[in-house]
Ligand binder design. Structure first.
Ligand SMILES: [Zn+2]
Length: 219
């Protein structure tokens, strides 16, 4: 995979989908100007970009299915800024302190097929950015929330009730994890109906988490 990508990179150098600048499929400057998510979502969920924007849709697809892992960094740059904006208020108003970053997990089967979890990559980049800023605004826990079994792709299910049913009971908490009283920031790539994030929140709550918020790259 790595070598193939290197060779492909020589034959077809990566170019920004929007401005054509070389090096990455979507550059930070263009991403910053991409349209914001506008559709309604639950108050605790903060979606960032409008998924209907072709470059957003395409770049998320490239990260997930084409292994363009560098995109995790540009998405994280934007998400980091948004988290900081929200934390500024939440830490004062809601005592939302020392939050834990939790990526939405993949099942083991899907993780093996893909070789990585895109939301985990974004979380790792968030930690790197935080370190670069000489901060420790949050820590990463990528094995607290697990997905023991595979489920049908949510995107393939059109009906909201069916989506809720499909995802219900699909997450668990890793044995031995202690999240009692902890504040949590869930990270997801694409928000559709919110069924996945709601299910994750439910499971974390049952395990004693205090307050849970979520950020998604696109809605
Ligand atoms: Zn660009």
């Amino acid at each position: 995979m790595g070598l193939t990508n290197t060779i492909l990179g020589i034959i077809f150098p990566l170019k920004c989908l929007l401005c054509g600048k070389s090096g990455i499929d979507l550059c930070l400057e263009c991403l910053q100007d991409a349209p914001s998510a506008e559709r309604e979502s639950a108050k605790w969920i903060f979606p960032i970009f409008d998924y209907r924007h072709p470059a957003i849709k395409k770049s998320l697809w490239l990260l997930k299915y084409n292994g363009r892992k560098r995109l995790a960094n540009v998405f994280a740059e934007i998400i980091y800024g948004k988290i900081m904006e929200e934390l500024a208020e939440l830490s004062v108003m809601e005592n939302f302190s020392a939050p834990i970053l939790v990526p939405i997990p993949l099942s083991k089967k899907r993780y093996r097929e893909r070789g990585f979890n895109q939301t985990e990559l974004i979380c790792r980049e968030l930690i790197k950015i935080d370190k670069t800023n000489k901060k420790k605004n949050f820590i990463l826990e990528d094995s607290i929330l697990i997905k023991p079994n595979d489920t049908e792709h949510q995107a393939r299910i059109k009906d909201r009730t069916q989506r809720l049913k499909n995802i219900s009971g699909s997450f668990s908490i890793q044995k031995g994890s202690d999240i009692k009283g902890k504040n949590i920031i869930l990270i997801d790539d694409i928000l559709t109906t919110g069924a996945t994030l709601s299910e994750a929140r439910k499971v974390l709550r049952q395990a004693g988490a205090r307050k849970i918020i979520a950020f998604a790259v696109a809605h």
